[in-house]
Design a binder for this molecule. Structure first.
Ligand code: BG6
Length: 489
């Protein structure tokens, strides 16, 4: 009789995921340099719309550096994980976490990005965090770059637009690979590498306004090429330093559907899926897919490569493919005939009448995760890792301090169910780290009130609050999910 995998594998990595700039705070403590994330102000919803607050330009940076300016910069303070990591990791351990995905803040290790030697104080902070994780047997999954470029590199080189960042990043990675060789096996090079196309500042510390003679697309594909080469070089290095190291790439994956079966719509959806998946194509297959070559030619995009770049990409592919998944989108070639959906960055994106949306306009689609996993596994045949998924929602604290977040449980349950179906269908899925296991500062809006956590943090959008941690109803629920390896949802 033919057999198949009937549930999650026994060594499945259940856990949660965060990013340094959204949790740590202590932005000027321990010798840390400023980063691009420290320059992003909080802008109330009335002034910005639902999602992305701003794409930072040079003026914002000058304003942010002027201490007299009275704006709030929430990512400077995060939720004080820097001082409260012991309490937070103990709570993760109580939920039974097998894995915790965190990022290292480059500017804690090299405050200016190009310093001659790393900061010992910065390294010692992460030593303490890794020791704490080890105490509970929690596997760290470490992102090298999660939306925080040392600000000095933005000001000096215009971030990843410059090739100069490649050797600096390799040196930073080498420092970490050597120091944490025995403590970290799983590395991720760049968080959501495709962010570069949407917000070059967020994805690569690039100020588009500094390059007035080039299109945003030209700039971002050039910067992206530098990240691809850097990613391949550090993959090589990680394996040299520790042959057991596993290095992954990371994509913000949103399945795109055609709104109808009109071949025009189907082709458009395929086009957007390919534009998204080309990032992981490069990481896995080690070359730019031919459809991108046509796209570049037709859009007057010229990527400056150096001799040897193509060989580097080819020789050092990733070991696994990680992704974030929050929503799907639908596209229509005649998009004006359909209701538009907020929170999508594509002109052709329209509302999918079969799906609900979150309070931030993100279309909730658990089955889309299964479709995505099957597609990606068929395309790559590499282990997949869902390193972000979750529901950003407003939570209400009851008088007795309880938080009944049934909507979050419902969202996660449905996504985990579909992940399990994908596993049954043969997808090699190695883990799941829910986004923001503890409430943190939103990446796109710098809000605190957009909460993802199993653990509530007492802080509001203005930065007021005790920072005390409380368990939500989802805390016990997720604990049970992990304890039963996803059998009891
Ligand atoms: C991903 C990012 O895009 O989505 C995270 O990797 C981010 O950093 C998460 O926080 C959720 O987005 P947001 O904007 O709700 O914080």
């Amino acid at each position: 009789m033919t057999t198949y995998q009937t549930g999650f594998p026994t060594n499945f990595l259940w856990g949660g995921a965060t990013a340094a700039n959204q949790v740590e705070g202590a932005y000027n403590v321990g010798g840390k340099g400023l980063t691009t994330a420290d320059m992003v102000p909080f802008i109330p919803k009335e002034k910005r719309g639902l999602n992305f607050a701003i794409d930072v330009n040079s003026d914002y940076i000058e304003k942010a550096l002027n201490e007299e300016v009275d704006d709030r910069y929430p990512k400077r303070d995060g939720v004080d994980f820097y001082h409260r990591y012991e309490e937070d990791i103990a709570l993760f351990a109580e939920m039974g976490f097998k894995a915790f995905r965190l990022s290292i803040n480059w500017a804690r290790i090299f405050p200016n990005g190009d310093d001659a030697a790393p900061s010992l104080e910065g390294l010692e902070f992460y030593d303490r965090v890794f020791n704490e994780l080890e105490k509970y047997g929690i596997e760290p999954i470490v992102t090298l770059s999660h939306y925080e470029t040392p600000l000095a590199l933005t000001r000096k080189y215009n971030g990843w637009y410059s090739r100069e960042l490649i050797p600096l990043f390799v040196k930073y990675a080498e420092t970490l690979f050597n120091r944490y060789r025995d403590q970290v096996t799983y590395w991720i090079t760049f968080n959501e590498i495709n962010m570069m196309g949407h917000s070059p500042y967020t994805g690569g510390g690039v100020l588009v306004d500094k390059l007035p003679n080039q299109t945003k697309e030209q700039i971002s594909y050039q910067a992206l090429h530098h990240q691809f080469v850097a990613s391949a070089l550090v993959t090589k290095l990680a394996h040299e330093i520790n042959p057991d190291a596993k290095v992954g790439c990371m994509l913000a994956r949103g399945q795109t559907y055609p709104v109808t079966n009109n071949p025009e719509d189907v082709l458009l959806a395929q086009h957007y899926n390919d534009l998204n998946l080309f990032h992981t194509d490069v990481h896995v297959h080690g070359e730019y897919p031919s459809f991108m070559n046509r796209y570049f030619a037709e859009n007057n995009i010229v990527i400056q490569k150096e001799i040897g770049d193509d060989e580097i990409l080819k020789q050092y592919p990733v070991d696994y493919v990680s992704l974030s998944y929050y929503m799907s989108k639908s596209v229509a070639s005649n998009s004006e005939d359909y209701e538009q959906v907020s929170g999508n960055l594509t002109t052709y994106a329209v509302k999918n009448k079969y799906l609900d949306t979150s309070d931030w306009g993100w279309q909730i689609d658990p089955k889309g995760l299964r479709i995505t996993l099957r597609d990606m596994y068929n395309r790559y045949r590499k282990p997949l890792f869902v390193v972000e998924n979750g529901l950003g929602a407003y939570d209400k604290v009851e008088e007795d301090g309880s938080i009944h977040d049934t909507y979050r449980i419902d969202y996660l349950k449905k996504h985990i169910e579909q992940m399990k179906e994908a596993v049954k269908e043969g997808v090699d899925l190695i883990g799941y780290t829910a986004w923001g296991p503890i409430d943190l500062i939103s990446m796109s809006t710098s809000e605190m009130s957009k909460r993802y956590g199993f653990i509530y943090v007492d802080q509001d959008d203005e930065g007021n609050g005790t920072l005390k941690r409380f368990k939500k109803d989802s805390f016990e629920w997720y604990k049970q999910v992990i304890a039963t390896n996803g059998e009891e949802l």
